[in-house]
Write a protein that binds this ligand. Structure first.
Ligand code: FER
Length: 308
């Protein structure tokens, strides 16, 4: 076959394959048009894109009458990234006592959310309360920060959500988390401080942050959970330079997405990389879209599997 013909065939192949995958949206490229196009991508499911876990049982995310509940409080810390005083919501398990030490889950919100999204919208506090009450999860502290590391970190107006400025705040959060938030949390609360007692998870932009930050800071986090990760997720070839070492060091890499979510191809790509490189992980594809039901249900499954 002539070279020209081969290259024509390969460009046709590339053209047909290209729309299947969400490629990384660098913060400076984010726009409402691109986001709309990403959400509208057709979902193409492969043989691995199946459920590993059933949906969480009815009532798993509702406070149980007479059940012991933890309490959530607002925590403030100084950030050298934003040069402001920042807020995080901190969930303390029932019976929290400074006489004991607790593992810590850092739980990150999506592009339009803030530090209240996990409790207010997904009911993370009730989910973790119920798991602890049923003996299914280790008593843990859950830190829900504001992952938009900007001096003005309020959720933007609806027409300003998919902007380079907003997306850049999520990338800047890496140093805020590592240099400012974690040390401040450990100074105030009674926590273990080794990697095996620290988990990082998040939904959508927070899922992308988890993958981006977690894989390059495996000395800090042993447990990772990326739920419906957004196109802020960096290529895995950039994040994992030594797949064998990453596989040995991760206690859990939990990846999930709904099969009605136009962003799924990003997570399918992450799963494909992990599988090809022999990095153990969970890939749970449920029947939801880009919505709270998948985030609640996957938090339910993830929280049972960490710190064990
Ligand atoms: C995008 C589509 C969705 C994107 C981010 C999102 C960075 C985030 C969604 C969410 O957090 O819910 O193209 O680009």
């Amino acid at each position: 076959m002539k070279l020209k013909t081969i290259s024509a065939i390969s460009s046709i192949l590339l053209l047909t394959l290209a729309p299947l995958a969400v490629s990384q949206e660098k913060p400076e490229q984010v726009s409402p048009e691109r986001a709309r196009a990403n959400f509208a991508r057709p979902v193409q499911l492969g043989p691995d894109d199946v459920r590993v876990f059933p949906d969480a049982p009815i009532g798993f995310d509702k406070p149980h009458a007479g059940g012991m509940s933890g309490r959530s409080e607002v925590f403030e810390y100084d950030s050298t990234v934003t040069n402001t005083r920042r807020k995080a919501v901190v969930y303390l398990p029932p019976g929290y006592s400074p006489e004991r030490k607790y593992p810590v889950l850092y739980l990150l919100h999506g592009i339009a959310g803030n530090e209240w999204e996990w409790n207010g919208y997904v009911h993370a506090d009730a989910i973790v309360d119920n798991l602890i009450a049923d003996g299914k999860a280790t008593p843990m502290i859950v830190v829900m920060p504001n992952g938009r590391a900007l001096a003005d970190d309020r959720p933007p107006a609806p027409d300003k959500i998919y902007t380079p400025e907003n997306a850049a705040g999520f990338a800047k959060f890496e140093r805020d988390l590592l240099d400012c938030l974690i040390p401040s949390i450990q100074a105030k609360y009674s926590t273990f401080t080794d990697r095996e007692h620290r988990a990082l998870a998040g939904l959508s932009m927070g899922g992308g942050q988890t993958i981006n930050f977690g894989l390059v800071h495996l000395d800090t986090f042993a447990w990772l959970g990326g739920f419906s990760a957004a196109p802020n997720t960096k290529p895995l070839t950039e994040l994992v330079l030594d797949p064998a070492a990453a596989g040995r060091s991760l206690k859990l890499f939990y990846l999930s997405c709904g099969n009605k979510d136009g962003l799924i191809s990003g997570s399918q790509g992450v799963h494909a990389f992990l599988k090809k490189n022999g990095i153990p992980h969970i890939w749970n594809v449920d029947d939801h879209g880009h919505d709270r039901d998948t985030w609640a249900s996957n938090l339910y499954h993830f929280a049972q599997r960490i710190f064990r």
